[in-house]
Design a protein. Structure first.
Length: 265
């Protein structure tokens, strides 16, 4: 980001049960003071999914706050280290809760989170909930552009169909229509150890970061995300528009998104 220029962030989120599910197993959370944001999509039955996603959000935020207080850490490694430890702690919490409460056996959740600092965002994820960076410029690899605005996907789905697409065994269209599209290959609570992906990107004024459960991305295309969030709309309002689009188009799953907009003061 430019030297000598003041910046701030504007955050907003929306969630909806959708038209098919009877309960909302998605959860989201934020700590704007520390720049922490995340979305979780629970699984394992209504009760299990709700418990897993809410517990993961609570634990992740609690541990990340503690880890970011480390004064002896390398400043450039502090955020990635803190997010990895927060994911590990969230995983342990879900595994242990399912272990001693029989009715919650088999529960788990996806997790996509980030820390937004001046000039950069560090994204961590497990599962098929996604992170996007919406910004101006020409199309980039893995991004979809509308009117010069790019929706760059920052995460790769940890799912059966995504892995087959990556190997060249399935096309994007076939994957989108596959009955196996909801089968994920990594999840919080699935095992005692979890391996998150971590990525850091540079930010500029006007950029918008989006975290979303797959209930949004199964109905709303990347180009449409670029069109909505790249049009100068506020973070909260933008999330409302995107969630409304997903519900109107079927809302077959719970729908959650959280947006963070970088603005010049």
């Amino acid at each position: 980001m430019e030297c000598g220029v003041a910046w701030k962030t504007e955050a907003g989120a929306r969630t909806d049960t959708g038209r098919v599910r009877h309960s909302n197993q998605d959860s989201f959370g934020m700590d704007e003071e520390r720049g922490l944001y995340l979305v979780c999509d629970g699984m394992g039955g209504a009760a299990g999914g709700q418990v897993a996603s809410a517990l993961a959000v609570e634990t992740f935020l609690s541990i990340a706050r503690q880890e970011l207080e480390c004064v002896s850490c390398d400043p450039m490694e502090l955020t990635p280290r803190s997010l990895r430890r927060a994911v590990a702690g969230a995983n342990r919490a879900v595994v242990e809760r399912a272990r001693w409460e029989m009715g919650l056996r088999g529960m788990g959740t996806t997790l996509v989170g980030m820390r937004v600092e001046e000039g950069r965002a560090t994204v961590v994820h497990v599962g098929d909930s996604r992170a996007y960076l919406v910004h101006g410029g020409s199309a980039v690899r893995g991004g979809s552009a509308v009117g010069g605005v790019v929706a760059e996907r920052l995460t790769e789905d940890h799912s059966y169909v995504a892995e087959r697409v990556k190997l060249g065994l399935m096309g994007e269209g076939e994957a989108a229509a596959s009955p196996m599209r909801s089968v994920i290959t990594r999840a919080i609570g699935a095992d005692v150890d979890v391996r998150p992906d971590v990525r850091t990107v540079r930010l500029e004024a006007g950029d918008v970061l989006l975290l979303a459960s797959d209930g949004l991305t199964r109905h709303v295309e990347d180009e449409e995300i670029a069109g909505v969030l790249g049009g100068g709309i506020g973070a909260e309002e933008g999330c409302g528009v995107l969630v409304g689009m997903a519900v109107e188009r079927g809302g077959v799953d719970n729908v959650t998104c959280l947006a963070v907009k970088v603005v010049r003061v």
